[in-house]
Design a protein around this ligand. Structure first.
Ligand SMILES: [Zn+2]
Length: 428
């Protein structure tokens, strides 16, 4: 078994889901410390420097530059330690199966066969006759994102064994609670020191994504006038009806269930109400910044219109932006995308980029000033018991990361982040 597979199986066995009901604490679950300790020990074993697990289960470490390349900008890599909370995670029984085509069967759970197929995952057909990591069907696998963790550490191990692989200084961080939206929030970017970074948290191999939604949340609070319904004419103001009127003014086809690709949406996430009081929470998503602002205005105008019709300030709206498309922050550093694509191609993998219909850790970091696209980790069907990771992709991602750090030992990326200093030696 190769290093990366052995590491991945070991990490996957440690159940470490995050808990959205305990998000005030980081980590939201104590089990994330368990995986953090194991990962930190592995970092020490491969020879990483300044290995630290802090009180929030953040694991950070550094890897010194190849001799003579100390002046190059520091390149960061991140992955997350938690797994999704939407599926059972304890215990996790990761195993390697040989895929013979047709259904990929994880196991039989309560008399039900847990399986996937090329009909569900067309790329599965590329792995006939190969080994695939999955579970026994009783839990998720956690390849999102323990595959990324294993790939990054194995890449460092490779650098340790082969000094001819030139690289700049590397910073790594393995963070908790990404699945509940807090990954990397508490990472001290100054101390960590990366000039730019990559998350290794994407799906099918070859991914290099650098677009996320622009995101806002809007809370509507309506106050009505409750009156005996038999004598309500001209007097009653029904708060629940008022919210429904606002909803009816939003474009019906621009909802999550009708949109895909680059299309944005309005999503009625929650609502409750009576005649006297009602509330609704919407989220608004759009890749385009102007479209995003227009959507927010549409919702505000709908509220104003209904208030006007009712002749009162019955509905109040509180809107806040949650995050922005990382593309704007990445564009000035195109070399990140270009080098990642070249690294995939050098390893015989076709690169692709796809707008992420959500946010990523890298999106938050990009907004904080650290440009950070997202690379594939290889986990397919994440967040459920049908999750699997092809062995070939685990191993290939290590090659891709080694190639990528090599590109930052050369002239690329020198134009910014340094004082124009030439590296003392060049990679072949
Ligand atoms: Zn993830």
């Amino acid at each position: 078994m190769s290093d990366v597979v052995e590491r991945f199986l070991r990490y996957a066995e440690i159940a470490s889901m995050s808990d959205p009901d305990n998000e005030a604490q980081t980590p939201s679950t104590p089990t994330q410390f368990d995986v953090a300790e194991v990962v930190a020990n592995d970092l020490v074993d491969v020879g990483a420097r300044d290995v630290r697990v802090d009180e929030h289960a953040y694991v950070t470490a550094h890897w010194p530059a190849s001799p003579g390349l100390e002046g190059l900008p520091c390149l960061g890599f991140l992955a997350h330690l938690d797994t999704a909370w939407q599926a059972e995670d304890n215990p996790v029984h990761p195993r390697i199966v040989r895929y013979e085509g047709g259904d990929l069967v994880m196991g039989v759970v309560d008399g039900r066969v847990v399986k996937t197929s090329p009909a569900e995952n067309p790329t599965l057909a590329n792995y006939v006759g190969e080994e695939i990591v999955c579970t026994d069907g009783t839990s998720l696998l956690g390849g999102d994102d323990k595959a990324g963790v294993a790939e990054i550490i194995t890449m460092l191990g490779r650098l340790a064994h082969d000094p001819s692989l030139l690289h700049p200084r590397i910073a790594v961080a393995f963070v908790p609670d990404e699945e509940i939206g807090h990954g990397a929030d508490l990472l001290n970017l100054d101390a960590w020191g990366a000039t730019w970074a990559f998350t290794v948290d994407g799906g099918y191999i070859g991914e290099c994504s650098y677009e996320t939604f622009n995101a806002a949340e809007a809370k509507l609070e309506a106050r009505g006038e409750a009156v005996h319904p038999g004598y309500a004419k001209g007097l009653m103001v029904n708060a629940a009806e008022a919210i429904m009127k606002v909803n009816a003014l939003l474009p019906a086809e621009e909802r999550p269930e009708y949109t895909e690709g680059r299309e944005g949406y309005y999503y009625l996430d929650r609502m409750e109400g009576s005649c006297e009081r009602a509330s609704a929470t919407y989220i608004i998503r759009d890749f385009d910044r102007e479209g995003f602002e227009a959507r927010k205005r549409t919702l505000e105008e709908a509220v104003a219109k209904v208030n006007g019709e009712l002749g009162c300030d019955c509905i109040r709206i509180h809107m806040r932006d949650q995050y922005y498309n990382m593309r704007e922050g990445i564009e000035p550093h195109r070399h990140l995308i270009e080098n990642a694509c070249l690294a995939f191609e050098a390893c015989g993998i076709e690169p692709y980029s796809e707008p992420v219909r959500g946010g990523t850790d890298g999106g938050h970091l990009t907004l904080r000033g650290l440009p950070c696209p997202n690379l594939s980790g290889g986990s397919m069907n994440p967040h459920g018991p049908k999750e699997y990771v092809p062995v070939r992709d685990l191993e290939a991602m290590v090659d891709v990361l080694v190639d990528l750090v090599g590109r930052y030992a050369r002239a690329q990326g020198l134009a910014e982040g340094t004082e124009g200093e030439e590296p003392a030696s060049q990679a072949a």
